[in-house]
Design a protein around this ligand. Structure first.
Ligand code: PLP
Length: 378
């Protein structure tokens, strides 16, 4: 590893740019060399004017990414931290957790671990939650909060969040807590227009930053609850996060180097526009699904796990032909210089997942699909 010593040379940056486009995990995702390099800036005091300017300068772009007029919290934790914050601050007592994969199961387990009365409404892996079924469950139980994962990274299924928000709000004083970790920055999300009471993401997915930051937006509906929530804790206390972000500060020492990276990445997003980013992800996803169809026509029995119309634009889970092993395909691809993931949990042996998110292009995706073709249909 000669990296550490040559990090600053322009040759290395050029070489890193050259190498970009081979890492397709559904998180962490590949990070541009310029964004990685932003982390080398010197430390500043986090109670000083420079820090306030850094945070203040990022807020308008963060708001345009989330499509909100609310302040955007920047927590120095992985996304799971704000999942816990969501239930601690947003739920009163009874939670309905919509479960369709590993991350929505985690949201449910977090609610239980925080001492809430939680019920899971489950649909099969690859499926999404139908608004009517959720409305029905809300009629049966006296729930005050619903947890949902927008883009279920373990299956590639995309929940109809706007419709789900409608039925949740029609049920009365119920808030919708949304994990859009592989949605925000890749799939359209309209935080304010859809009435998402709380929505969160992590830095290392569609935003294509190193891991370590969680970003979230709370509506007044959630802040009202937070104000009287006895168990809201300290690190993810939304009352404190809200009070601080309004002063362009953070309650505790922020992961400053990651803030520098975020500031640089937000400039890239500004240049592309958020709509442009959504379109690029949509194009990558369509290319991936079309490739699966092409392969099937050639006799290789691949299948996208999620049904048409409910597929995430950022991650695709592909079922492999019988007898083909997920880990073996991933290993063979690694030998060709590309990284993708196996299926998650019980899907591990029978499927693969491609994270076509972050800063990748259709051309880069084509290259990895070409290599996969060489493995699956030699
Ligand atoms: C990656 C992921 C998480 C967990 O994120 P961490 O940053 O590891 O805490 C949660 N939900 C979804 C949908 C994810 O893809």
């Amino acid at each position: 590893m000669t990296h550490a010593t040559t990090m600053d040379s322009d040759d290395t940056i050029a070489a890193d740019r050259e190498r970009f486009g081979r890492f397709f995990l559904p998180g962490p995702t590949e990070v541009r060399p310029e964004v990685l390099r932003a982390q080398l800036r010197p430390m500043i005091g986090h109670r000083g004017k420079a820090m306030e300017e850094l945070i203040a300068g990022m807020q308008p772009m963060l708001q345009s990414v989330f499509r909100t007029t609310r302040p955007v919290y920047i927590a120095s934790s992985s996304a799971t931290g704000l999942m816990e914050g969501a239930v601690r601050n947003g739920a009163r007592r009874r939670v309905l957790s919509l479960v369709n994969g590993a991350f929505s199961e985690r949201f449910y387990q977090i609610a239980l671990a925080c001492g809430l009365e939680a019920d899971a409404l489950r649909v099969p892996l690859g499926a999404v939650h139908e608004p009517e079924a959720v409305a029905e469950a809300l009629r049966k139980g006296a729930y005050d909060a619903v947890t949902v994962v927008h883009s279920e990274t373990s299956t590639g299924a995309l929940n109809p969040i706007a419709e789900l928000a409608q039925v949740v709000h029609a049920a009365g004083d119920v808030v919708l807590l949304v994990d859009s970790v592989t949605g925000i920055g890749g799939a359209p999300v309209e935080t304010d227009a859809w009435g998402l009471d709380f929505v969160l993401t992590g830095s290392q997915k569609a935003l294509a930053l190193p891991p370590g930051l969680a970003l979230g937006v709370a509506q007044p509906s959630v802040l009202e609850r937070a104000a009287t929530a006895a168990g809201r804790g300290t690190y993810f206390d939304f009352v404190e996060l809200e009070k601080n972000i309004r002063k362009h500060q953070t309650p505790n020492t922020p992961a400053l180097s990651l803030f520098y990276a975020l500031a640089v990445q937000l400039e890239h997003i500004r240049a592309e526009t958020i709509e442009g980013r959504w379109r690029r992800h949509e194009a990558m996803a369509r290319r991936c699904w079309a490739w699966v169809d092409e392969m099937r026509e050639r006799g290789v029995a691949l299948e996208v796990l999620a049904p048409p119309g409910y597929r995430s634009p950022t991650v695709t889970c592909i079922r492999l032909p019988q007898g083909t092993s997920g880990p073996a395909v991933v290993k063979a691809l690694e030998a060709r210089g590309y990284v993708i993931a196996t299926g998650y949990g019980e899907l591990k042996d029978t499927s693969i997942r491609i994270g076509h998110m972050g800063d990748h292009t259709v051309e880069e995706l084509d290259a990895v699909l070409g290599e996969l073709e060489g493995i699956l249909a030699p």
